[in-house]
Every structure is written in C-alpha cells, then in structure tokens.
Design a protein around this ligand. Sequence first.
Ligand code: ASP
Ligand code: MG
Length: 410
Amino acid sequence: MALYVYKFGGTSVGTVERIRAVAEKVKAARDRGDQIVVVVSAMSGETNRLLGLATQIQAQPQPDSRELDVLLSTGEQVTIALLCMALHELGCPACSYTGGQVKILTDDAHTKARIRSIDDQSMREDLARGKVVVVAGFQGVNDRGWITTLGRGGSDTTAVALAAALQADECQIYTDVDGVYTTDPRIEPRARRLKQITFEEMLEMASLGSKVLQIRAVEFAGKYNVPLRVLSSFTEGEGTLINYEEPKMEQALISGIAFNKDEAKLTITGVPDLPGGASKILGPIAEANIEVDMIIQNIAGDDTTDFTFTVHRNDLQRALEILQVVREQLGAGKVTGDDGIVKVSIVGVGMRSHAGIASTMFKTLADEGINIRMISTSEIKISVVVDEKYLELAVRALHSAFHLDQELPA
Ligand code: ASP
Ligand code: MG
C-alpha cells in the first residue's frame, strides 16, 4: 500500500464533469488499495474572478490583504466540497478539509504566506479509516487562526508540503500538460516529454521561464526530498518524475531549453573605472526594488567601462530614469534601454562533468547567424541574451544540436 498526494489544478476541476472525472480517477486509485490525499485548486478562472470583485470595490489603495485572503480562499473551499460529493456519489468515502481544519500553520504574510507546520493527525486517522482526504490548496491559517494564502499557484506548494508531512511515496501534480518537456512545444514541435529530471534542473527551468510548476513547490520538494511527478489529468501516461537521481554518464548532457521574454537590457557607457562603480549604478536600482538578473561589465581601455544589465520589462522605464540620474552623477557617457531581447538558457546537470557544452552552444548560434549580446553561466545552466526575433531559431537550433529531439536509450 502506498500513500500518494494528488494535486489537481483549476482546469482539471473547471466544470462539474471534470470534477466527476477527477473523482473517478481518485476512486480507482483507492480501489487499488492506495491511500490518497487530494489537493485541489479553485475552478479555473475563479481566483481571478474573486480578485476582480475585490478591485471593483477597492482599486486604490489595494484591498486589505487580510480580507483578500478571506475572499480568495473561498474558491478552493468550493472545489473540496464538490469533489467530496462526487466521491460519495461513486460510493467512495471522503472528507474535505480547509487549510485551517488540517492546521496548516503559516506566518502572517497575507497573500504570500509561508507554511510553518502541518498537523497530520486528522488526515492520518481518516486515511486509516479508508477515507480519501480532500484538502483545499493555496491556504492556511496564522497562529491567530486568520486565513492566509500562499501566493498564486500556491496549491502546488500545499500538495508538496502535505506529501512531506505525511512522508508520502510520491506527490503527483495533475495538470493540463502531460509532463515537463525539453522545451516549449509551441516553439519547437519536436520537443519531447522528459521521463525524469532533477530538482535542481527543474528549479532552473522554472525560474528561467518554464511555467509548469510553482518555483516554491519545487524548492520545497527538493528540501524535503519528496518525489514529484507532473502528469496530465486528461490523458494516461507516466508524466515526468522529478527527484534527486542524476542521469547516467552516457546520457544527455542537457535536459532542457528554457527562455524568458520578460526581460529588458540597459546599458550605461563610459563609466569611470574606479572602485564603487557597480555599486553606484546598481545601488539605486536595488533601492527602487528593481530586481537585476544578468550583469556584464567591460573595460573600454581608456579608464572607462561599459556596464550592461537586465531587469524585468515592466521595470525598464523606471530603471532608465534612475540610470539617467546616475549617469549625471558619475559623468558617464550614454544610457540606452532595449526590450527587444530574449534570454535563452540550456539546463542540465550533465554539464557539470563535461567540457565543451558552452562552445557547442555558441557555435550553434553562430552558425545560424545569431548574435549573442550577453552570456551568464552557473554550474548547471548557460544563458544567453539574443534579439527577440531569433527566439524560435535559437531554441530549435539548440534543441537539435544537443539531440533533445532524440529518445535516449533507457
Ligand atoms: N487558485 C489559486 C490561483 O489561481 C491557487 C492555485 O491554483 O494553485 O493562483
Ligand atoms: Mg495553478
């Protein structure tokens, strides 16, 4: 007998028919003798609808975050009750829990709370009695019992946290894609579903733009070593398993290609090459709460440097204004901004033990006539910034250069 935590996202419980289909799947698993805890999201669109209501009442300043949490948590309360009814209808005993009823204790950070502890006692009692336990995702309570929520997409985190607390055999995230792909199939139709990927790689993929899982959920799963599986709620299949297992030596060096179209690049030229230059430029940017991603600095040879960095596109205008002030203070040259760029990254733990990955990447792009504007590397990823118009070409060329379209020998 195994214990599984299943999580179904908004589309998977978006209609009454789909809730019924989820119930069938859950019942089938229980009939096989497994213990099942199910975490559900709100019906698709519901969280946004509730947010819309709140902003109609109060647009500026933002609605009180405590009350927002009271409001937003209701979406998941609807689906836990409906799913239990659907299970009862199939003759499957089931009991619903809100976050507070489980005692998912969080900190006080309304709308982005972090889980502190989970009481698994009631859930275990229900499981021992043969019941399916259905838990509302995305919510908890603080130590005063006030409702908190975990941030958008937070049901993934609830599922992983419950799996960790219950020491489940696996946490299965059912969604509208059938797994994690080598890259976005909308860009490269030859993208393949990965059978397995490590937590580290998944974390890089998620933070580099792959939207399959909430980053925090992946972090949590890695920290508590909860095997995580992403699979489709609509089709059969084994999905993608995320765990600590690294590929064997002869296997792929690269697991996937991620890209991010949300960044913009800023350059300030002719910065006097003196200690403190970088901090005078990036200090005011940080003070404005603008996050910086890639940074390069280049010596121009005449005691000045050119300094380039990337920020989120939404922050480009504000960052430009700040840089103009900095430019005057430093007596630097010119300030320019460019939002026609995209960051393309290759990710794989295999590159740790292999040389030549970077040069293959650069040569592949060169052969396509793609100019690389910025480069950054870490132990398991290499990112380049290129002009946005090259996105498809770059992704497809790299995908084939690293043989990601080919099935690996098992
Ligand atoms: N319903 C919440 C959201 O839409 C949480 C979730 O779906 O994971 O963000
Ligand atoms: Mg979601």
